[in-house]
Design a protein around this ligand. Structure first.
Ligand SMILES: [Zn+2]
Length: 349
């Protein structure tokens, strides 16, 4: 099956009341891990590449690897998404390459570090929406600023400094026409999200619920939502790693989010931990080994296990065959004739 529109994938998830994991990739083995997990659980998937990933792999390699996945797994709908585009140009280049979805993170300036004003965010995001929708491409925007840094992108800080204001979220959705909206509720990128199991003082699920009440049909996105489970940290440390103790976003909080409008959940750190733990284990236990396949195979298997588990927990498992993909050209027509709405439904306070 050809690559599908992320908008279609998220609209279907909303109908079914489930969330879809968006997993980051940098190489072939990670793509293979995701696809094997999707096959095992019959899940639609979002595969995403950050700017850092596009540089690391050379994005043309990534694009063709994902096309290979769509040939090898014709029964699985796949959306290919640019994670954290920092400018109109980055999003445009992703669209030209063949991505079916882009994130314009206008919450930060092009340097990927400095927070923008609300007006600057609206302006650049709207520009990307106009360009992308004309071509049938989905756009995710961000309002509020996430904590932490990943792949050189992020404002740093705790994640509590720029929590999304629900009124601004409504105005942003109305003025930009984004298909999906990333919000800041205290989560951070990277492994070090929380110094203890997060409670309501650091993870603002009440803000998420308030935004969903105002924008009941808008697809919300949770970033920085790895759960950073202790067993994955333990494997890394057991075989010579030196991770400090840390907590991520508990799966039950993500599931609460999914019951309140969250349709896309970004997961990267958990897969990084699984891969690193598996590689460390082989090299620790068998220091004589030097064939990369000896450790890449268990690394791929470890990531597949985590991804399959998340697919079941997010509820996307079992839904790969629910719908036929609409061509990107028809999606573009839908935006043009209004059958694909870009005006959010807004509920009164
Ligand atoms: Zn993110």
């Amino acid at each position: 099956m050809p690559l599908v529109s992320m908008r279609q994938l998220l609209d279907e998830a909303a109908k079914g009341g489930y969330g879809v994991g968006a997993f980051n990739v940098n190489d072939m083995e990670q793509i293979q891990a995701i696809m094997e997990a999707a096959k095992e659980t019959s899940s639609p998937v979002i595969i995403q590449a950050s700017r850092g990933a596009r540089q690391f792999a050379q994005d043309r390699y990534l694009y063709h690897l994902i096309l290979a996945a769509s040939e090898l797994y014709p029964e699985i709908p796949i959306a290919m998404h640019q994670d954290h585009g920092n400018s109109f140009e980055t999003c445009k280049s992703a669209i030209e390459l063949g991505f079916t979805s882009v994130m314009m993170d206008g919450s930060l300036k092009e340097d990927g570090k400095t927070p923008t004003t609300f007006e600057e965010n609206v302006e650049v995001t709207k520009r990307v929406v106009d360009y992308a929708h004309e071509r049938g491409i989905t756009v995710e925007g961000e309002i509020g600023v996430l904590g932490g840094v990943e792949d050189g992108h992020g404002a740093g800080g705790s994640g509590l400094e720029h929590i999304t204001d629900p009124d601004q979220a409504v105005e942003f959705a109305e003025r930009t026409g984004v298909d999906a909206l990333a919000i800041a509720i205290g989560t951070s990128h990277g492994a070090y999200k929380f110094t203890k199991k997060p409670d309501g003082s650091v993870l603002k699920m009440d803000v998420l619920i308030a935004i969903h009440k105002r924008l009941p049909n808008t697809h919300l996105v949770m970033h920085g939502s790895s759960s950073v489970p202790k067993d994955l940290q333990d494997v890394v440390n057991q075989y010579g790693g030196k991770l400090k103790e840390t907590w991520g976003v508990p799966v039950e909080e993500i599931q609460l989010g999914i019951r309140n409008g969250v349709r896309k959940i970004n997961v990267d750190t958990d897969n990084r931990l699984a891969i690193t733990g598996a590689i460390r284990k082989v090299l620790w236990e068998s220091p004589e080994k030097f064939d990369p396949r000896d450790y890449m195979k268990p690394a791929r298997e470890a990531m597949k296990k985590v991804v399959a588990q998340r697919m079941r927990e997010f509820g996307q498992a079992g839904h790969s065959g629910d719908y036929k993909p609409v061509s990107i050209a028809d999606i573009a027509k839908g935006y043009k004739d209004g059958s694909l709405s870009t005006r959010p439904l807004v509920a009164s306070k």
